[in-house]
Design a binder for this molecule. Structure first.
Ligand SMILES: Nc1ncnc2c1ncn2[C@@H]1O[C@H](COP(=O)(O)OP(=O)(O)OP(=O)(O)O)[C@@H](O)[C@H]1O
Ligand SMILES: O=P(O)(O)OC[C@H]1O[C@H](OP(=O)(O)OP(=O)(O)O)[C@H](O)[C@@H]1O
Ligand SMILES: [Mg+2]
Length: 289
């Protein structure tokens, strides 16, 4: 077996993915750069080196093999046509990739035939049209694609949509089914796992999964009469099983269980109706399940 070496990870240096990626790595216990001007930093205790690169370029670096892992957008990877193994979906940078046009101009994919479609993701659009048996002229732009129709260089666009407010402001309507749903992903080259970094990769994955769970779940605690325990814990089964401890007060127990953040209020309402009291919710800052 090779001796261990530093794990090299590419992170987005700018754009929508940069801050959430750095925050997530920090929450997972890794050092991050102090200034946006730093191009790389070494986290010596964790034996990891972080390289801050344009998210679009991260796909290329992953393909080249000099970088072990990268965080980038799923849409950017597909656009670059780089084959990569997705190790983890990271739960941020969520968006859809959609066609848009002037209201009424495009009803279905066939209406795109022969049109000029402006996009910053030419690979994605070309592949999508090809797969569906359509052909259009792709106009490649760096950004602000929504202005391309008004400025006369395109008849339709294909772009990232998050809230849809940029499209609305440009007076365009979304048309056809989504081309793609995307989010930030942790990737590596297919078959690109070196023995020498496998332990560090496993540790990173466990830590990031811990962050995802800590973000998704909260800790719920409540007191309930022992006679109502079964009814109450039916609402809070926990991951393995709820923790039940004796209260000093005769005939009552205290219960603790993890619940999904999105379920907090319905579960608290149900527990109150069952007869639980002192129902408290606290954040989980880190966890290993
Ligand atoms: N509102 C959004 N705008 C753009 N990209 C977004 C948005 N939300 C999520 N993303 C994702 O971020 C990635 C785009 O990265 P990029 O660095 O180009 O971000 P950006 O915000 O467009 O930055 P910039 O335009 O300043 O270069 C894609 O994977 C995309 O799906
Ligand atoms: O649906 P929304 O919430 O409005 O977000 C989507 C918009 O945000 C991005 O633009 P960005 O700010 O990155 O500018 P760019 O077009 O120059 O890349 C993207 O290209 C869309 O234009
Ligand atoms: Mg952009």
């Amino acid at each position: 077996m090779e001796s261990t070496r530093t794990l090299r990870i590419a992170l987005p240096n700018k754009g929508s993915l940069a801050d959430p990626a750095a925050t997530m790595l920090r929450e997972a216990g890794y050092a991050q750069r102090g200034s946006h001007r730093e191009l790389a930093i070494l986290d010596a205790p964790n034996q990891v080196e972080f390289f801050y690169l344009r998210p679009r370029d991260i796909a290329t670096y992953i393909g080249s093999g000099e970088i072990d892992l990268g965080v980038t957008g799923w849409d950017l990877l597909l656009d670059a046509g780089i084959e990569a193994e997705t190790l983890l979906k990271l739960g941020f940078g969520g968006s859809t990739f959609r066609y848009a046009a002037r209201p009424g101009a495009v009803k279905e994919l066939a209406d795109l035939d022969g049109l000029r479609i402006a996009t910053s993701f030419p690979g994605l659009v070309a592949a999508h049209l090809r797969e569906h048996g359509h052909a259009a002229t792709i106009i490649q732009l760096e950004g602000a694609v929504e202005s391309a129709i008004r400025l006369g260089v395109a008849d339709a666009i294909a772009d990232v949509v998050e809230t849809g407010s940029t499209l609305r402001a440009a007076g365009l309507e979304i048309v056809c089914d989504p081309i793609l749903e995307s989010e930030a992903v942790l990737v590596r080259r297919p078959g690109g796992g070196h023995d020498s970094v496998q332990h560090a990769v496993d540790l990173l994955l466990r830590r990031l999964q811990g962050v995802l769970v800590a973000r998704q779940y909260v800790m719920l605690a409540y007191d309930v009469p022992t006679a109502l325990l079964t009814e109450a814990t039916a609402h809070t089964p926990g991951i393995e099983s709820p923790t039940v401890s004796q209260l000093q007060r005769e005939g009552w127990v205290a219960v603790q269980a993890m619940i999904l953040r999105s379920d907090i209020h319905p579960i608290m309402d149900a527990l109150y109706e069952v007869g639980a009291r002192a129902i408290l919710v606290t954040d989980i800052h880190a966890c290993r399940l």
